[in-house]
Design a protein around this ligand. Structure first.
Ligand code: APR
Length: 229
């Protein structure tokens, strides 16, 4: 087996104490998506959006990587072939667990200038009036991909999916595209597919194998099996 592509979602960070989106009392039960995760919401009330991501950044800082994050970093180091990790998450727990990660939905660690497109490392707290370090305009926004915006690095991700031998989805509900469609690309490439989740996702029927349970149990066991192969 030469290449594994792994997609993770909020479920892999749940046991680190970070809220998921669609579980009971999840983030979308507490905040309206259109207010805090769309360009229109940002234009209407940039302070509300900055405060939402300041809260998530503070929670992410307080959280620690769990056994699932570190198991995937271990797999990247020990596996003879290539392990491409793509996350929908915007926290940095994969990196802090030692993994190389592609953030298709952006990252809390980054700020973006809505005026000139400049990117820089985000401070813990950001405000709408923060001047862009490049063009000095007060157009700072979180470097997060909102609904209606194009996720990052898609060409690269599809190229990886086109040539992988195994695709795994971990801790994602399969509710949001394009990520939810990755399993179909993997199937079209003839790859084996596995879903590791607490409960069946909306796309569970596209996976050849499924393992249910908390990620801190299912992921280390799966990585151990792969490393033995
Ligand atoms: N271990 C494994 N899976 C878990 C755990 C756990 N401890 N806890 C929850 N899960 C699973 C849930 O069963 C659910 O299927 O994680 C999934 C979380 O689903 P969502 O909350 O929808 O999160 P996610 O799939 O990452 O959302 C995708 O939606 O709102 C957008 O941009 C946002 O990136 C996000 C995208």
């Amino acid at each position: 087996m030469d290449k594994i592509v792994i997609l993770t979602g909020a479920g892999i960070s749940a046991e680190s104490g970070l809220g998921t989106f669609r579980d009971e009392n999840g983030l979308w039960a507490q905040h309206r998506i259109e207010d805090v995760a769309t360009p229109e919401g940002f234009d209407a009330n940039p302070k509300l959006v900055h405060d939402f991501y300041n809260m998530r950044r503070a929670e992410s800082e307080k959280a620690s990587p769990n056994a699932a994050h570190t198991a995937l970093a271990e797999l990247q180091k020990s596996f003879a072939g290539e392990v491409i990790l793509v996350t929908q998450n915007v926290d940095d727990l994969h990196e802090r667990g030692g993994a190389e990660t592609m953030h298709m939905h952006g990252s809390l660690a980054g700020s973006l200038c809505a005026a000139c497109g400049h990117r820089w490392p985000s401070p813990l707290e950001t405000r709408p009036e923060d001047p862009c370090p490049n063009c000095a305009r007060p157009a700072t926004r979180p470097d997060i991909v909102w609904f209606g915006e194009m996720p990052y690095q898609m060409d690269e991700i599809y190229a990886h999916l086109g040539e992988c031998d195994l695709f795994a989805a971990i801790g994602t509900s399969g509710e949001v595209y394009p990520a939810a469609g990755f399993v179909q690309h993997a199937n079209a490439s003839g790859a084996d597919t596995i879903e590791l989740n607490l409960a069946p996702s909306s796309t569970v029927s596209h996976f050849a194998q499924t393992r249910f349970g908390p990620a801190t149990q299912t992921v280390p066991a799966w990585v151990k099996e792969l490393s033995g192969k």
